[in-house]
Design a protein around this ligand. Structure first.
Ligand code: SME
Length: 240
């Protein structure tokens, strides 16, 4: 209860009124590092913009103003801030592809040195004769066109799905069976999507930089993915 009251108080403190938005040209300003407005305005303005979307579109189309901007891509992302932004972005919407697309865009534009960020979701296996429970089928993502279907247990993605654990790969070239969708990738993190004990797919993030992801990134990304999972309906998506 205490936490709920605190969250409500914080929401009230961060509330941005429509009149304030008008003077800001309906834009959540980019969050600069050490800029006090970054933590104060960005997450809540995004939430407010969601509520004001209809009016915002017309204003935006005449001014060319972007709908909203997220934090500049950071070498050491502020995962607490990213989690607040994510909560605002996902607020009021539980559709899988919508939330997955938004999640990919937030990650890709907030973390530096990424060449790919997105999802593979469980799909009926075309390799059933080999006893695989499902294939991983390309979902929403940011980056270059990618491999469409990954057999369960193959590559970093299939291994993370099979073992139901995060794979932090500092050098993908040293990972036996790595699947190179983009030759620019040098390191990778793959986190399984597990809800109520069922595996629905994986989140995959690639970087051209060797050892781009550390334990802090793993913890931050796992917490963001957990929030995405809680805020999203997986409906009739196949699971394992
Ligand atoms: N490298 C992955 C394949 C997916 S792409 O990187 C987007 C893997 O080995 O499973």
């Amino acid at each position: 209860m205490a936490n709920k009251a605190l969250a409500t108080r914080q929401r009230m403190r961060h509330r941005v009124e429509p009149s304030q938005l008008a003077t800001r040209h309906h834009v959540a300003r980019p969050a600069q590092k050490n800029h006090p407005a970054a933590t104060r305005l960005v997450p809540t303005t995004v939430g407010k913009l969601t509520a004001l979307l209809t009016g915002f579109h017309s204003t935006s189309s005449t001014t060319g103003t972007p709908m909203f901007e997220t934090s500049a891509a950071s070498d050491k992302p502020d995962y607490d801030l990213l989690n607040k932004q994510l909560a605002s972005i996902l607020e009021g919407e539980r559709a899988l592809m919508t939330n997955a697309a938004q999640f990919s865009a937030l990650i890709f534009n907030s973390i530096s040195d990424l060449n790919w960020a997105g999802f593979y979701f469980c799909s009926e296996a075309r390799t059933a004769d080999q006893g695989r429970p499902c294939d991983l089928l390309l979902g929403a993502f940011q980056g270059k066109v990618a491999c469409v279907r990954i057999p369960f247990g193959r590559g970093v993605c299939g291994s993370a799905a099979q073992e139901r654990k995060t794979f932090l790969v500092p050098d993908v070239h040293a990972f036996p069976g790595h699947i190179a969708c983009d030759s620019a990738s040098n390191s990778e993190i793959v986190i399984p999507i597990i809800k109520d004990g069922k595996l629905y797919g994986v989140l995959d993030i690639d970087s051209p930089r060797l050892a781009r992801f550390n334990a802090e990134d793993q913890a931050g990304l796992e917490s963001m993915l957990a929030a995405f999972i809680a805020a999203t309906d997986f409906g009739s998506l196949p699971s394992v």
